[in-house]
Design a protein around this ligand. Structure first.
Ligand code: NDP
Length: 690
C-alpha cells in the first residue's frame, strides 16, 4: 500500500499511513493518506515569496506558453494516469473526460491567454472614457494580478480535470495555487502533480498539493487570496462563512451539487427523433462516471401524455448497460462494461440511502440496489449501484425529488401538464448548474430559456439539428461559463477569459489620457503621441513604441471619387448617387461611402514598399462618426496602440508580434469622421525581410 505525499514548500511529505483508500472496483486497500501534519504557514510563505515572484516575472503571454507546453506534456503522459484512474471506478470513457478533458482545458486556456491577454501584466478593460469637457481627464478600468494565493478545494469525482480546470486560469492570472483534492481519490491527483513536478515546466512555487485535511490553512489566508470550492452544498455553506474568509472579504467561489434537469418540450410528440435524443441524453448522464457528475441530469421532465412511453424507453436502454469492472470496457470477447462502480463504498452507501428517500411515495422503475450481475471477477467489495430510474407522478407536491441529490446513476422522471408547470418544476431545484430543453420550436426556446436562465448556469437546447455536433448536457466547456446560482453554489468557473478575470483584481483609474496610456501600455485617444520621423510601418516590432504616430497629408474628396468607388464596389446607394433623395436624407446632401473613407485613409497612411508589416488581419471598433461630403478634406492619424508578443514565428522562421494601430480620420474642421483599430502582424528584427 503506497503512502501518498503532499507537495508543499518544495518538499514531498508523507511516510506514515493515516486514512486507507480503497479501490472502488474490488475494495482492496491501495493507498493511504499521510499522518504528518503540514506547516500551512510555510506553504503560504513559499507561495508568496517564491511562487508569486516567479509567476509575476512572466507575463500573460509567457504563462500561456507554459500552459501549452504543460498540456502537451500531460497528453504525452496520459496513459500512466489512465492506469490509476480505473481504481476510482472510471471506465476508459469516464477517464477520458477527466484526464484528456483536463489536458484539453489547459490547452484551451493556453489559447485564451495567447489570443485575449496582453503582453505585460496589466489588462486594459477599455475603452477609456472622457470625463472632462476639454479631454484632459479620463477614466478607465484595469485588471491586475491579485498578488495572492489561490486555494482550490476539489471534489472526488474529477481528480485530474478538477485540478487543471481551476489551475489553468489562476496560473494564467499569475496566482500560485495550493490544491486540496478530495481524499477519496487523491491518489490520482497526486500522480498528476508528480507528473507536473517531473516535467519541470512550472516555475517553482506555482503549484502545491495537500493530501488530507487543510488544517489551519483558511485561518492564514489574506485579502489578496482566493478560495474556490467544488463539493457538497453543505461543505460549501460551511466554508463560505469561515470567519477569516468573511473578515478579510476573501473571494470564495463555490460549485456545489445541484439537481439539474432536462425538459422534453411540449412540441415533441411520439415518433419525433427528439424523443430518442432525450432518452439517450438522460441515460448517458445517468451512466457516464456512474452518474457522479455535478452536471448530471437528476430530474427529467416530460409531457404527462408521454411519461410511461419515455420511462419504458429509458428502462430498456438502462437494462442494456453492462455494469462491472471498468477495465473490461471494450475488452475482446467480453461484453463491454459501460458503467463502473461509484468512487468509494461511502458514496455507494450514501447513494443507496438517497434512493430510499427518493423512493418514498414514488415508483422505482429499475435499479435501486446493488446490481445482481456484474461483469468481472472479485467485485463483491466494489462500490456498485444499479442504474436507477424513479417515477414521481406528483412532482408539484413531492419536494424530496427536487431536494435530494443521489450522487450516482439515479434520475427521477416526472410529468408536467404545460410549459408553465415544467418551468415551475425546473425552478424547484432552487438553482442548478445546467438544464437541457429538447425542442424543435424556436418559440418554445425563446419563451422558456430566458426564464430558465435566472436559475441555471448553462442551458442547452437540443434537437435533431444540433444533436450531431452537441457536446452534451453534462460537459462543461472551457469557453463557456460553468457554475450556477442558488443551490449550485452561486459561483462561476471557466467561461473563457472570464475565468482568468476572476483571479485578477479590477481597479478604476482616472487621470489624463497620457497617464492612462502609460499605465495601460495602450494608446488612449487624446494622449500625447510620439511623432515619428520614420514611418511607423517601417519599424520592426522591437522598435515600435506605444504612441508612435504618423499624421498624414490631406486629400479632398471629389465627386469623381464617389462615382469611381461606386463603380468599383457596385454600391450605388441613393445617399451617394441620388441628389434629390440625398437632400431629403438626414445629411441633406450626397456623401461619400464610409468604405471609401476607410480605403482613402489606408491610401493616406500606408507605406507601400515591402517592410516589417507582414499582414493586416483585421479591423476592430469601426465607427463612422460624421459624414464626408463632396469637397471635404480628410487626413488620418495612425498611432501604435498596443503591442502583443505572442512569441510566434511564421513558416520562414521570422519572429513576429501583433500590433494594433489606432486610426483617426478627421476633416478640414479637425472633426473626427471615422475611427477604428487596424490589426497587423509585424516582423521582429532577427531574420526579418529587409
Ligand atoms: P464534500 O463537500 O464533503 O468535500 C468536497 C471537498 O471539500 C473535499 O476535498 C473535502 O476534503 C473538502 N472538505 C470537506 N470539509 C472540509 C473542511 N471543513 N475544510 C476544508 N475542506 C473540506 O463533498 P464529497 O466530495 O464528500 O461529496 C459529497 C457530496 O457532494 C456528493 O455526494 C455529492 O452530492 C456532492 N458533490 C458535488 C460535486 C459538484 O461538482 N458539485 C462534486 C462532488 C460531489 P476531504 O475529501 O478530505 O473530506
Amino acid at each position: 500500500m503506497k503512502i501518498l505525499q503532499s507537495w508543499t514548500a518544495g518538499v514531498w511529505t508523507g511516510a506514515e499511513p493515516r486514512q486507507v483508500l480503497h479501490s472502488a472496483i474490488d475494495g482492496s486497500a491501495i493507498y493511504a493518506s499521510h499522518v504528518e501534519i503540514l506547516d500551512f504557514q510555510a506553504a503560504l510563505t513559499y507561495a508568496r515569496q517564491i511562487g508569486l515572484k516567479n509567476l509575476l516575472a512572466l507575463d500573460f503571454q509567457q504563462r500561456a506558453a507554459i500552459l501549452r507546453a504543460l498540456a502537451k506534456y500531460l497528453t504525452e503522459h496520459k496513459e500512466a494516469l489512465y492506469a490509476i484512474s480505473s481504481h476510482t471506478g472510471a471506465t476508459r470513457g469516464d477517464s477520458w473526460i477527466d484526464i484528456e478533458g483536463g489536458a484539453g482545458t489547459v490547452f484551451a486556456y493556453a489559447s485564451i491567454g495567447t489570443n485575449e491577454f496582453p503582453s505585460g501584466n496589466v489588462v486594459h478593460e477599455g475603452p477609456a472614457m472622457q470625463l472632462g469637457k476639454q479631454g484632459h481627464f479620463s477614466g478607465t478600468h484595469i485588471l491586475v494580478p491579485r498578488q495572492g494565493v489561490a486555494v482550490h478545494i476539489n471534489a472526488f469525482n474529477f481528480p485530474v480535470w478538477g485540478l487543471l480546470e481551476k489551475f489553468a486560469p489562476s496560473f494564467l492570472a499569475g496566482m500560485p495555487c495550493i490544491v486540496k483534492p478530495a481524499t477519496a481519490t487523491s491518489y490520482l491527483t497526486e500522480a498528476l502533480v508528480r507528473q507536473i513536478h517531473v516535467s519541470g515546466l512550472l516555475p517553482e512555487g506555482s503549484l502545491q498539493l495537500i493530501i488530507g485535511a487543510t488544517g489551519n490553512l483558511l485561518d492564514l489566508l489574506e485579502e489578496t487570496d482566493v478560495v474556490t470550492f467544488t463539493g457538497s452544498a453543505a461543505t460549501a455553506a460551511q466554508l463560505k462563512v469561515h470567519p477569516n474568509i468573511v473578515r478579510r472579504s476573501i473571494p470564495f467561489n463555490a460549485e456545489a451539487d445541484s439537481l439539474n434537469c432536462a425538459i422534453l418540450g411540449p412540441d415533441i410528440v411520439d415518433g419525433d427523433e427528439e424523443v430518442d435524443l432525450y432518452v439517450k441524453e438522460v441515460v448517458r448522464e445517468m451512466t457516464a462516471k456512474a452518474g457522479q457528475k455535478c452536471t448530471a441530469i437528476r430530474r427529467a421532465m416530460v409531457p404527462a401524455a408521454q411519461l410511461d412511453a419515455v420511462a419504458e424507453k429509458i428502462r430498456t436502454r438502462l437494462d442494456k448497460t453492462v455494469v462491472g469492472d471498468p477495465r473490461l470496457e471494450g475488452v475482446l470477447g467480453v461484453r463491454g462494461v459501460l458503467m463502473g462502480p461509484l468512487a468509494s463504498r461511502a458514496q455507494q452507501h450514501d447513494v443507496l440511502a438517497s434512493i430510499q428517500q427518493l423512493a418514498a411515495g414514488n415508483q422505482i422503475i429499475c435499479g435501486g440496489t446493488v446490481p445482481a450481475q456484474l461483469q468481472g471477477e472479485g467485485l463483491e467489495q466494489g462500490a456498485f449501484v444499479s442504474p436507477t430510474l424513479i417515477i414521481c407522478r406528483q412532482p408539484m407536491e413531492n419536494s424530496a425529488v427536487h431536494e435530494i441529490e443521489a450522487f450516482g446513476p439515479v434520475a427521477t422522471l416526472m410529468p408536467y401538464q404545460d410549459m408553465q408547470e415544467a418551468l415551475m418544476l425546473a425552478a424547484k431545484g432552487n438553482g442548478s448548474l445546467v438544464a437541457t430543453l429538447v425542442t424543435k420550436d424556436p418559440h418554445v426556446a425563446a419563451m422558456a430559456i430566458p426564464h430558465m436562465a435566472a436559475r441555471h448556469g448553462r442551458l442547452m437546447i437540443l434537437n435533431a439539428e444540433s444533436a450531431p455536433e452537441s457536446t452534451g448536457h453534462g460537459s462543461p466547456l472551457p469557453q463557456l461559463k460553468h457554475g450556477g446560482p442558488g443551490r449550485a453554489g452561486g459561483g462561476e468557473e471557466l467561461g473563457g477569459g472570464r475565468a482568468v478575470k476572476h483571479y485578477l483584481q479590477r481597479a478604476a483609474v482616472q487621470g489624463s489620457p497620457t497617464m492612462l496610456a502609460a499605465v495601460t501600455a495602450e494608446h488612449v485617444r487624446g494622449a500625447a503621441v510620439l511623432e515619428s520621423d520614420i514611418h511607423p510601418f517601417r519599424r520592426y516590432f522591437e522598435d515600435l513604441q506605444i504612441g508612435m504616430s504618423l499624421l498624414t497629408h490631406r486629400r479632398t474628396v471629389a465627386e469623381a471619387d464617389i462615382v469611381a468607388f461606386g463603380g468599383l464596389s457596385g454600391d450605388y446607394f441613393y445617399m451617394h448617387f441620388d441628389e434629390i433623395a440625398a437632400k431629403e436624407s438626414p445629411f441633406g446632401k450626397r456623401i461619400a461611402h464610409g468604405y471609401f473613407v476607410l480605403s482613402a485613409a489606408a491610401g493616406l497612411f500606408v507605406s507601400p514598399a515591402p517592410g516589417p508589416v507582414l499582414a493586416n488581419y483585421g479591423l476592430d471598433t469601426l465607427r463612422f462618426i460624421k459624414p464626408v461630403g463632396i469637397g471635404d478634406t480628410i487626413r488620418a492619424r495612425l498611432t501604435c496602440k498596443r503591442k502583443t508578443d505572442r512569441q510566434k514565428k511564421d513558416a520562414k522562421g521570422v519572429g513576429q508580434g501583433v500590433v494594433a494601430w489606432d486610426v483617426e480620420v478627421t476633416n478640414q474642421d479637425n472633426e473626427l469622421v471615422a475611427a477604428y483599430d487596424i490589426l497587423t502582424l509585424v516582423a521582429k528584427k532577427a531574420g526579418a525581410i529587409a
